[in-house]
Design a protein around this ligand. Sequence first.
Ligand SMILES: Cc1cc2nc3c(=O)[nH]c(=O)nc-3n(C[C@H](O)[C@H](O)[C@H](O)COP(=O)(O)OP(=O)(O)OC[C@H]3O[C@@H](n4cnc5c(N)ncnc54)[C@H](O)[C@@H]3O)c2cc1C
Length: 389
Amino acid sequence: MTIAEPLLQEVDEQRREIVALAREFAQKEIAPRAAEWDRTKQYPAEVMRQLGELGFYGLRIPEEYDGLGLDTLTYMMVLEEIAAADASVSISLSVHNSLPVSMLLAHGTVEQKERWLRPMARGEVLAAFSLSEADSGSDAASLRARAVRDGDAWVLAGEKAWVTNGDTAELLMVMVRTDTPEDWRGRRGISAFLIPAGTPGVEPGKPEDKLGLRASRTTTLMLNDVRLGDEHLLGEEGEGYMYALRALDNGRMGVAAQAVGIARAAFEHARQYSGERQQFERPIKEFQAIQFKLADMVTRITAARTLMYEAARAEDRGDPVAELASMAKLFASETAMWVTTQAVQLFGGYGYMRDYPVERLFRDAKVTEIYEGTSEIQRIVIARGLYSE
Ligand SMILES: Cc1cc2nc3c(=O)[nH]c(=O)nc-3n(C[C@H](O)[C@H](O)[C@H](O)COP(=O)(O)OP(=O)(O)OC[C@H]3O[C@@H](n4cnc5c(N)ncnc54)[C@H](O)[C@@H]3O)c2cc1C
């Protein structure tokens, strides 16, 4: 049995080749450098540029806009391959492809699509998604950054938090209020704006110093009276939050794929080490306690991947996916945390050392239980579905 094989027979030959390319590039160009990027907090700019050239910024962009036009299932397989090499690279790609790309495809005008999707597909534009603020994370609809009308223009002001790709993206998809304190419309008072990086008044902060994903950039984003024309508003005024929620279904599956990739990497290291490490004059893999640990790891990873595929297939069929996407993210992220904890245990003292790979995977796994909705928020979405008509 090989854990590294996503169920490739489910996709046609052309798609299989893309997954194979992702695996080859990830294992050759990303995996060998991931530990160093983590140690030095280095953003892998050159590797991101190469991925852009290979078409990985256009994984979900239709062929008519020069993208690869992948279905969700194949896209998830690609993300798992990248995450198995480095979760920092996979989150940069997944935020871009799942969130701004989905929102543009669903709600962009012909002009907005022409302006942004082609350069994205060519790898010239990386995008970020900015919903959270310091005081509004889980309760994202309580955000306070605001856009007000001034003649023909919108003027945006406020401070956004924790923006992945915040200072490396060329395009920022930013959610701000367009209602007023007197006419507060809650989740229907938020609009999405397409902001080119470098627009006067847009200032990313210093990269955050994080527990894991240390090679990915997470920044604040100051909006200091940023003037934008109507061509920067995405879709209908007041609908941006609803657009973001829908895109987050795909984003949550992407985090599930990332979690499966992290868990798979930890499992592979653990299985190999169990054959190398000798105690009591034999390799530790001869102890049944170790075999059972590996058996539980592979079982949970396979279950997490299967659920993630199920959610992806539902999206490909056009079925509603909010609950399935939440289940996939919840189960895969808790699996990644559990599997990486077991992997550190199996490595013993060496598992706790920076010289070995599993402590990085353990640190990287944690955030999958937090971003794009915490595990508690996923349980709320799933439970809500139980009572809705
Ligand atoms: C590395 C990283 C990258 C990120 N990238 C992005 C990005 O690109 N764009 C973006 O917009 N955001 C991003 N985020 C923000 C992320 O989505 C939020 O951190 C997340 O949604 C949780 O919000 P919070 O941190 O404010 O926690 P809080 O909402 O303050 O939650 C604190 C705790 O309370 C729990 N809780 C909250 N409400 C409830 C409830 N109703 N019932 C039960 N428990 C509850 C939570 O589950 C959590 O355990 C990123 C975060 C990190 C760490």
